[in-house]
Design a binder for this molecule. Structure first.
Ligand SMILES: Cc1cc2nc3c(=O)[nH]c(=O)nc-3n(C[C@H](O)[C@H](O)[C@H](O)COP(=O)(O)O)c2cc1C
Length: 219
């Protein structure tokens, strides 16, 4: 589904919107990269530096894991899920037929970006702007989501497939231990990426007319 044909003053706007449409959820991924590791790192660094945050609080933290380091995330998740099976909290059949192949699919990819929020860093600003205190945590999560989206979109633009996962809090303790992550960093999402081996699923769109209104537009 595209936007109405319009002419942009800056051709980069059309390119940006093309990238927005290119980004999809892709689960079939292999451990190859269409670009250098430096390129991947540059994307993540730019996201960390330039994605906005409320009051410029800069609450997002990202850990980029490639190749063997990436595989460790999914070994941690597999081990955690096996723990649930052993504890009787997850049926063994469901684990073997569904969860395990899914996690092994993530492990087969090239990299994972871990997105964290440092809520503790908001302590001072919450005191300074007490009236907004309860708004800062959700704002921090919204800013983190912007970083996730930018990295996802930029990686897709470079030829990666990617999917966004949420295995927190199940994997938090081991992740913190494995990479010596500061205790104040709270894991939110894991963006898995690699060279695509499958196409995205068919996507349906609810009518745009029910979801978007414009007022005051010139003819
Ligand atoms: C906030 C958010 C959370 C999501 N969480 C998951 C997730 O935990 N696991 C997953 O496989 N996909 C997850 N997704 C992917 C969505 O299912 C997917 O983006 C949506 O179905 C639209 O498909 P598309 O990404 O191909 O456009 C998430 C997406 C968003 C925006």
């Amino acid at each position: 589904m595209g936007s109405t044909m319009v002419e942009f003053k800056n051709p980069a706007t059309a390119t940006l919107l093309e990238a927005v449409k290119t980004r999809r959820t892709i689960y079939g991924l292999k451990a190859e990269s269409p670009v250098s590791d430096d390129t991947i790192e540059a994307i993540v660094r730019d996201a960390v530096l330039h994605v906005p945050s409320s009051f410029n609080t800069q609450t997002s933290r990202v850990v980029l894991l490639l190749k063997e380091e990436h595989q460790k995330v999914w070994d941690i998740a597999l081990e955690a899920m096996e723990g649930l099976v052993a504890a009787g909290a997850l049926p063994k059949e469901a684990y073997e037929s569904h969860t395990k192949p899914k996690l092994e699919g993530f492990r087969a990819a090239y990299g994972t970006a871990l997105f964290f929020v440092d809520y503790d860093s908001l302590k001072d600003i919450k005191e300074k702007f007490a009236a907004y205190a309860d708004k800062f945590d959700p704002f921090a999560l919204e800013s983190n989501a912007m970083s996730q989206y930018l990295v996802w979109t930029a990686l897709a633009s470079e030829g990666f497939g990617a999917n966004l996962q949420h295995y927190s809090p199940l994997i938090d303790e081991q992740i913190t231990k494995q990479w010596n992550i500061p205790a104040s960093w709270k894991l939110d999402a894991q963006l898995v990426f690699g060279t695509p081996t499958s196409r995205p699923m068919e996507k349906t769109f609810a009518p745009i007319e029910d979801r978007f209104k414009v007022f005051g537009k010139s003819a």
